[in-house]
Ligand binder design. Structure first.
Ligand code: NAD
Length: 282
């Protein structure tokens, strides 16, 4: 029987634990989110992140900047937040408006406040197999969800569709550290189906609505759908859930799968950074 990987329920449990831990702290952790532009999806993500931070008991601030914000202005905000001892986590909501050098902006964040784990320092440590201050939220959430359901990672073959810096690359690194054999594919890969059909675990982060049908998967594969695609029919993942359901042993829904896990990991990272920063002060 196919099991639905219920990311929402695990994320809620994690957030409850974070809330109870936060209540015991003498000072609240603080998350700062910088958001530039008018991307409607980003607006929803930012609102959800702030809502969750408030629920857990963190202080939070959202700095909303116009679409024509300059790099200098963005950098100034980051420098101020870097210096502010009350701020423990800094997140820059992506994508940034056109013309802004994303790498330059992310690199301005103090690694110890980089709650997304996107700076070269944190990502580099992840790549080398050292502990970063924070692991990227979506990959961390994927691994946590798989482990929660006791899905065997060691010696499994994982195929990751997509090689972005925020999902594909870091989740591949994390899974290799768990001794999975990882194959990464991208939009130039030939004979994609032949590869995906060999996967014990298939992770799709391509951003293509209902792209993965049962022809792409092996019987009893574990299917992780990272995609969040807005279509005229509403929100959908990369995986055609109904088509793949019977063939899969485990499958994530969209919504209710990786999305809530990502937000929970952001909250967990913020609390962890808070603790690290307090340690530094002693
Ligand atoms: P991206 O656009 O940066 O990267 C997409 C990747 O998919 C690229 O590496 C590309 O080569 C690959 N790809 C595209 N078409 C392909 C094809 N036909 N065959 C094989 N590979 C193909 O995307 P991203 O930022 O990693 O996001 C991917 C999806 O995940 C999007 O839908 C995004 O909204 C979603 N996302 C969800 C969460 C979450 O919390 N659930 C977090 C981040 C991103």
């Amino acid at each position: 029987m196919t099991v639905i990987l219920d990311g929402k329920s695990l994320a809620d449990k994690i957030c409850e634990q974070l809330k109870s831990e936060t209540q015991k702290l003498s000072k609240k952790p603080k998350l700062a989110v910088i958001y530039a532009g008018d991307n409607p999806a980003s607006q929803i993500y930012v609102k959800n992140k702030q809502k969750k931070a408030d629920y857990i008991g963190f202080d939070s601030v959202v700095i909303s900047l116009p679409n024509d914000v300059t790099e200098e202005n963005l950098l100034e905000h980051i420098y101020i937040l870097n210096e502010d001892d009350d701020v423990n986590g800094i997140l820059v909501q992506l994508p940034l408006p056109e013309g802004i050098n994303t790498q330059k902006i992310i690199e301005a964040i103090e690694p110890v406040k980089d709650c997304d784990g996107f700076t070269a320092y944190n990502f580099g440590r992840l790549a080398l197999g050292y502990k970063p201050y924070a692991y990227p939220c979506t990959p961390k959430g994927i691994v946590k969800l798989l482990e929660h359901y006791n899905i065997k990672l060691q010696s499994s073959h994982t195929v990751v569709i997509g090689r972005s810096n925020i999902v594909g690359k870091p989740v591949s690194l994390l899974l290799q550290q768990k001794n999975s054999t990882v194959t990464m594919v991208n939009s130039y890969t030939k004979n994609l189906k032949d590869i995906t059909k060999t996967a014990d675990i298939l992770i799709s982060a391509a951003g293509l609505p209902n792209f993965i049908t049962k022809e792409f998967i092996k019987n009893n594969a574990v299917i992780v759908d990272v995609g969040i695609n807005r279509t005229e029919y509403g929100l959908t993942g990369d995986v055609d859930f109904n088509d793949c359901f019977e063939s899969a042993s485990f499958i994530t829904p969209v919504p209710g799968g990786i999305g809530p896990m990502t937000i929970a990991m952001l909250m967990e990272n913020t609390l962890e950074l808070y603790k690290i920063q307090r340690l530094f002060k002693i």
